[in-house]
Design a protein around this ligand. Structure first.
Ligand SMILES: [Ca+2]
Ligand SMILES: [Ca+2]
Ligand SMILES: [Ca+2]
Length: 137
């Protein structure tokens, strides 16, 4: 009985591992055309609507934007983002709150799709000037 359960769990783990492994494999296959977007890549955040004002970007998950700063001013990025460009191949989840003690970001959230941009976050669940945590997946 317990062996059967363990086998089932192993199968699930294997499926999960395969799915994860498939992501880098797909990227590698597209490596030539990806060169340009890799240079301009990352998840870009702007202080104002329409990709204006201060700029900051991340290239991986960042669960606390309080120690990220705009290029134009000595202010941190937390609760200040108004527009975004997702120049990655990842879905990027934008959360209202920095990670809690369990490492989970919480509150209102909006997903940015790979290769898309949004000139105004005020009409999204995350809303204007609330972004505090960015999760790449
Ligand atoms: Ca940070
Ligand atoms: Ca919007
Ligand atoms: Ca916030």
């Amino acid at each position: 009985m317990s062996i059967t359960i363990r086998t089932a769990l192993a199968a699930v783990a294997l499926v999960g591992g395969t799915a994860l492994a498939a992501v880098p494999a797909a990227s590698a296959a597209d490596s030539a055309p990806a060169a340009r977007s890799a240079q301009a890549g990352g998840f870009h955040m702007y202080l104002d609507d329409d990709y204006k004002g201060g700029w900051a970007h991340v290239t991986r998950t960042d669960k606390d934007l309080r120690n990220n700063y705009w290029d134009t001013e000595d202010k941190n990025v937390d609760n200040d983002t108004s527009s975004v460009k997702n120049q990655t191949r990842h879905y990027v989840d934008m959360y209202q709150n920095v990670a809690n003690a369990r490492g989970r970001c919480t509150g209102a959230n909006t997903t940015s799709y790979p290769g898309t941009k949004d000139p105004n976050l005020s009409n999204d669940a995350i809303k204007d000037n609330r972004l505090s945590c960015v999760i790449f997946r």
